[in-house]
Design a protein around this ligand. Structure first.
Ligand SMILES: [Zn+2]
Length: 295
């Protein structure tokens, strides 16, 4: 399909080869309209409509079932680190990323889906819910829909299409490293969840807990070269096991694609703590030549 499109466009005039944003939007809307008229399931991937806000900043609309999700992107400097916030209610994490973007550079992307943690969308007139950090594999998509009582073939198709469009925009394979920005709540998910006997023990190869530091404040990394320096600086750090179960999270996706990955996880509201942890992660990537774009 791609090669036939290529052949077709090569015979067009230079102007026709580069449709402007309005034409792309029209094409996307036409596709949605036609798929609705024909009474068929929506196409797996709908071209996103992108609006440039200002230089280095844009907003992209991604279709999700009968609804849409916005993906905001800010870009700074020459770093190829990808910073990502997927749970919209975790605003402390996003604020930490915003505070350091200009100093360290990179791409900071965040999902906007109604202000909460979960994705809410309609499919065949039914409401569906899913965790946006459980959609990066087919197994994860099925499991998160089932967890929220939303599993159906149509919901899986809609979520798979959204995941594909999101990955297209994130372009993780072109990132030198990924940093995800999350917030938790006291007594819930923490580094202690990965200790022997913990709910997530099977996902961890090693856990370093710093004396006197709450396990709620921690980093989860995909590689030992990231684990050791951060643990040596006195942070709580979890090294994800290579055989961690595929729960559809981006950490497992990143490990499978050999993309260095750091999750910076801090209590909601603990902006100063999270900013210190994020800065340590960014400095480590820079000093390890992991902020440089791949050749
Ligand atoms: Zn989160």
């Amino acid at each position: 399909m791609m090669s036939s499109a290529k052949t077709r466009t090569s015979s067009m005039s230079p102007r026709a080869r580069r449709p402007d944003g309005a034409l792309r939007l029209l094409f996307a809307l036409l596709l949605v309209f036609l798929s609705g008229c024909a009474g068929r399931a929506p196409p797996l991937w709908i071209p996103p409509a992108t609006i440039a806000i200002e230089p280095g900043s844009k907003l992209t609309r991604l279709a999700l079932g009968e609804h849409a999700v916005l993906l905001a992107e800010r870009r700074s400097g020459a770093s190829c680190v990808l910073l990502l916030n997927v749970h919209e209610n975790e605003s402390t994490a996003l604020a930490a990323g915003s505070a350091l973007l200009a100093r360290y550079g990179g791409r900071l992307l965040s999902l906007q889906h109604g202000g909460g943690r979960l994705l809410h969308f309609g499919v065949n007139g039914e409401d569906a819910r899913a965790d946006p950090n459980r959609i990066f594999s087919r197994a994860g998509i099925a499991a998160t829909l089932a967890h929220y009582g939303s599993d159906s073939a149509a919901a899986r198709l809609a979520l798979a299409g959204f995941s594909e469009a999101l990955l297209w925009q994130l372009a993780p394979d072109r990132a030198s490293a990924i940093i995800t920005l999350h917030n938790n709540h006291p007594g819930g998910y923490s580094a202690a969840s990965y200790l022997p006997g913990g709910a997530l023990a099977s996902s961890a190869a090693e856990v370093a807990l710093a004396p006197g530091v709450s396990p709620d404040q921690f980093l989860l990394v995909s590689e030992r070269r990231l684990f050791l320096p951060l643990a040596a600086q006195g942070f709580n750090v979890v090294l994800q096991d290579r055989g961690a179960p595929d729960d559809g999270s981006l950490s497992v996706y990143a490990a499978a694609h050999a993309i260095p990955y750091i999750n910076v996880e801090a209590t909601a509201g603990a902006l100063a703590t999270q900013t210190v942890m994020l800065e340590a992660a960014l400095q480590l990537l820079a000093s390890s030549q992991l902020a440089r774009c791949r050749a």
